[in-house]
Design a protein around this ligand. Structure first.
Ligand code: SF4
Ligand code: SF4
Ligand code: SF4
Length: 351
């Protein structure tokens, strides 16, 4: 039998729709030895479609699409069955909330895809594109939650997942300033916040709010007990509003605090705040605007993260100008600093 006849063709759907505007089919030849030869196996295309080559010969990790780290029970059951049948009888939760099925032989791509499709479970992406957004539980059930992070993660997945960018592009949603999902380390992060307003006639001077505020933003007046508010210290957590028994503290401006240009990796960057209290729809406009700005500013720069580009001369000003055209000046921070380096490897040749 000739070698060509031994080659088994497997069709794998790369399900991020924004790749040249069409659904791509990737053909995988069975005749592989871990090589990336044209016409045999296209690891880059597979990786971008969520099939990630492992160090073991012929084995891949299949990364499932889980916006905000959420998966319905019916999907979870099928994912478990798929891992049992095609994987190594375990799943792995990635650091960005994707459920992964490791150790799947490429010969079983068809089978595992068909199984997952019965519950419409999609595959995540990898490579230079918008990844599946992450999110904490948010206001749906978390007592601290201010914004509906789960809904926003799903909506931003529906709108932007898979869009091509220079490098990976990570969006995160935190429901409050605890920032559990680490929006300060995302390319584009949204964190819920509330600016408290005080209605003096309702205040009894009980001092509860001064005790509730952990940021030294409220001090009790030594004689009246009424709050003295230091706006500079306020991080918009909403604790004073929740604590006040007379509703003297109430929610003023409320929405997403927007951070841009963060990243993890060997040389992390701390995202910088560019806008405050934006609405849900403005948040989507910001994502759209930022992706387009990044695609344009990154031309000819290869695999360069957004934060690295923003650190270049004049780029932060260019970005802020574009953002102002998109959502107006009212909610923008004036002259934000560029994303800052975080040194996690201080040693150079420590030996
Ligand atoms: S960021 Fe806030 S809302 Fe989200 S999980 Fe943490 S404490 Fe809860
Ligand atoms: S908790 Fe409310 S009532 Fe008590 S001091 Fe603060 S604002 Fe006034
Ligand atoms: S919102 Fe939070 S940080 Fe700001 S004053 Fe109230 S309790 Fe303090």
């Amino acid at each position: 039998m000739s070698k060509a006849k031994d080659v088994k063709k497997v069709k794998v759907t790369v399900d991020h729709h924004l790749e040249e505007g069409v659904l791509r089919k990737v053909t995988v030849d069975a005749d592989i030895e871990g090589k990336n030869e044209k016409g045999k196996i296209d690891f880059a295309a597979l990786r971008s479609g969520g099939f990630i080559k492992q160090r073991q010969k012929d084995k891949f990790t299949v990364r499932l699409k889980c916006p905000g780290g959420r998966m319905s029970i019916d999907k979870l059951k099928v994912a478990a069955q798929a891992a049992e049948k095609y994987g190594d009888k375990f799943v792995h939760f990635s650091v960005r909330q994707s459920l992964e099925i490791p150790t799947v032989d490429y010969r079983n791509f068809d089978g595992i895809m068909q199984m997952l499709e019965t519950v419409e479970q999609g595959i995540a992406s990898c490579g230079p594109r918008v990844r599946v957004p992450t999110a904490c539980g948010g206001c749906e059930y978390n007592p601290n939650g201010i914004t509906d992070t789960q809904r926003m993660a799903q909506e931003s997945t529906d709108r932007f997942f898979g869009a091509r960018t220079n490098h990976k592009f990570k969006i995160s949603w935190s429901g409050c300033p605890h920032d559990c999902i680490k929006t300060a380390g995302a390319d584009l992060g949204f964190q819920g916040g509330v600016y408290p307003v005080w209605d003096e006639p309702k205040c009894t001077g009980c001092t509860i709010c001064a005790s509730a505020c952990q940021e030294d933003a409220i001090h009790a007046h030594p004689e009246t007990g009424k709050p003295i508010f230091d706006a500079e210290q306020c991080i918009y957590c909403d604790d004073c509003v929740r604590a006040c028994p007379t509703l003297a503290w109430q929610e003023g401006k409320k929405g997403h605090i927007v951070r841009i240009g963060g990243k993890a990796g060997r040389h992390p960057l701390l995202a910088t705040i560019v806008a405050q209290f934006v609405s849900d729809e403005e948040a989507h406009t910001i994502i759209d605007t930022t992706i387009k700005w990044y695609q344009n500013a990154g031309k000819g720069k290869g695999r360069t993260r957004l934060g690295v580009i923003l650190r270049e001369e004049g780029m932060m000003d260019s970005y802020m100008k574009t953002l102002e055209e998109a959502i107006g000046p009212e909610k923008l921070v004036s002259n934000p600093p560029v994303p800052q380096k975080i040194v996690i490897h201080p040693q150079r040749n420590p030996l």
